[in-house]
Design a protein around this ligand. Structure first.
Ligand code: C5P
Length: 231
């Protein structure tokens, strides 16, 4: 298993492009994140194909449903042999505990993390759906709930990483998107951090998509990122 902190977000509309990207990357240098679009198109066969190429997979399906259904989905995801899966913390304690129990009883145990508040939500939207307080307060409360429900960590903004490491625990895994090296386009991400800033702030794993996937030479872009981290 690779020791790399980098998880490449494979956000492509076709399986062929996704496989070509995987073939161009070295599984010793990164893991892959497979989300809803790609999994809906390629399903377990796509996961099997990238496993055969040697990659660890973060299956980013963000399950959110009644505890029994989420537990069953987590069991099915664990059976795919993936390295990491996730659920929505807003599903609540019983849902997260059921998910963790299902994972713990699987023959292959993936890391289980939670999404707290989607970074696309403004404070106004949170209030509209009935959540009071700021996004930051909600993130901290839900991350604590995920920890107390037995989960391994959360997806969070690197801007929140230092506070979460300090207030929850140093071994609680923080997976952070919104990462941009200084040389890359920001795209639609607004609150970005460089890979080194994110790791210094306490991120354990960096989810990086377009700076690698839209590069003419994804493996070189990945190696450039790794070199920057090692500097
Ligand atoms: O291309 P880019 O590096 O922006 O990709 C980031 C990845 O992380 C995408 O798959 C995106 O959906 C995901 N993500 C995010 N912000 C979140 C949660 C997930 O950018 N809060």
């Amino acid at each position: 298993m690779t020791q790399s902190e980098i998880i490449v977000a494979v956000d492509y509309p076709t399986i062929q492009k996704a496989i070509e990207l995987a073939q161009s990357l070295d599984p010793e240098s990164c893991r892959l994140k497979v989300g809803k679009e790609l999994f809906t198109r390629g399903g377990p066969q796509f996961i099997e194909a990238v496993h055969k190429l040697g990659f660890d997979v973060f299956l980013d399906l963000k399950f959110h449903d009644i505890p029994n259904t989420v537990a069953a989905a987590c069991r099915a995801a664990a059976d795919l042999g993936v390295w990491m899966i996730n659920v929505h913390a807003l599903g609540g304690r019983r849902m997260m505990e059921a998910a963790q129990e299902a994972v713990d009883n699987s023959s292959h145990v993936p890391k289980l993390i939670a999404v707290t508040i989607l970074t696309s939500h403004s404070n106004g939207e949170l209030h509209e759906i009935g959540l009071s307080g700021s996004a930051e307060e909600n993130v901290l409360r839900l991350a604590n709930l995920a920890k107390n429900s037995g989960l391994d960590g959360v997806v969070c903004s690197a801007k929140e990483a230092a506070k979460l490491k300090q207030e929850i625990s140093s071994d609680f895994i923080l997976v952070t998107p919104g990462i941009r090296p200084a040389w890359a386009e920001k795209g639609d991400q607004s609150r970005v951090m460089t890979p080194r800033e994110a790791i210094s702030a306490g991120s354990d794993y960096l989810v990086i998509g377009r700076p690698i996937t839209e590069s003419d030479d994804p493996q070189s872009a990945l190696l450039k990122l790794i070199d920057e981290l090692a500097e």
